[in-house]
Design a protein around this ligand. Structure first.
Ligand code: NI
Length: 216
């Protein structure tokens, strides 16, 4: 594929997604959303059912995570910078919460690179002390990953696909959108944090979310 076609194929959906989030976060009536509970969740069709394999090799679905709000990040373990950075931001945000609040969240990494992100790779990766405690890594078949990334409006593409030749080269980078999603205990979308959001902002929003969520 020509370079410009490749660029368009990744840039166009990215612009749509960024526009989508921008509109969602800036719609009238949502202006106080940075200080008041965000209730765009019902309207935003982000997320949904999935079937994946966790880093222990267990097949899991969205139903296995019900009851705990999730923080979900889409990335891949070979990522040199963006993904480790984002997961460290997630960890730093969670670390700012009181322990009993922090423990309510389930941090999750879903790979966009299932070809290399095997169960074994994920298991090693998610155990890094730099990442959130209890981080769950999820992988799956190409088809399963395509389904879940599509449900979360995640765009990704092998960066050097045009040089991939026969596709046997395992030394490649992935371009991907970088958002942290907050899903509530019922598995519905609550909020999204853009790349570069600082831990303090995220922690404040998580705290607000917990405080405004009725406990059963
Ligand atoms: Ni990355």
């Amino acid at each position: 594929m020509k370079r410009y076609l490749l660029w368009i194929s990744i840039a166009a959906p990215s612009i749509v997604i960024i526009g989508f989030f921008w509109l969602m976060l800036n719609e009238p009536g949502n202006q106080q959303s940075r200080t008041a509970p965000v209730r765009v969740s019902g309207e935003a069709s982000i997320g949904g059912p999935f079937t994946l394999v966790d880093h222990t090799g267990r097949t899991v679905s969205e139903a296995d995570f019900l009851g705990k709000p999730m923080l979900i990040y889409f990335g891949y373990t070979f990522c040199p910078d963006v993904c480790p950075f984002s997961l460290q931001i997630m960890a730093a945000a969670l670390d700012q919460l009181p322990a009993e609040m922090r423990d309510q969240f389930q941090p999750v990494l879903i790979t966009v690179d299932p070809r290399r992100d095997t169960v074994e790779h994920l298991a090693q990766y998610v155990s890094s002390p730099a990442f959130p405690d209890g981080l769950v890594g999820l992988t799956g078949t190409e088809e399963q990953i395509r389904a879940v990334t599509s449900a979360y409006r995640v765009v990704f593409q092998q960066a050097d696909a045009e040089e991939g030749g026969d596709g046997s080269d395992l030394d490649y980078l992935m371009d991907h959108t970088s958002f942290i999603y907050l899903m509530n205990a019922e598995g519905r979308f609550e909020d999204v944090f853009p790349h570069g959001a600082n831990p303090e902002t995220i922690a404040a929003r998580l705290q607000e979310f917990i405080e405004n969520t009725p406990r059963n």
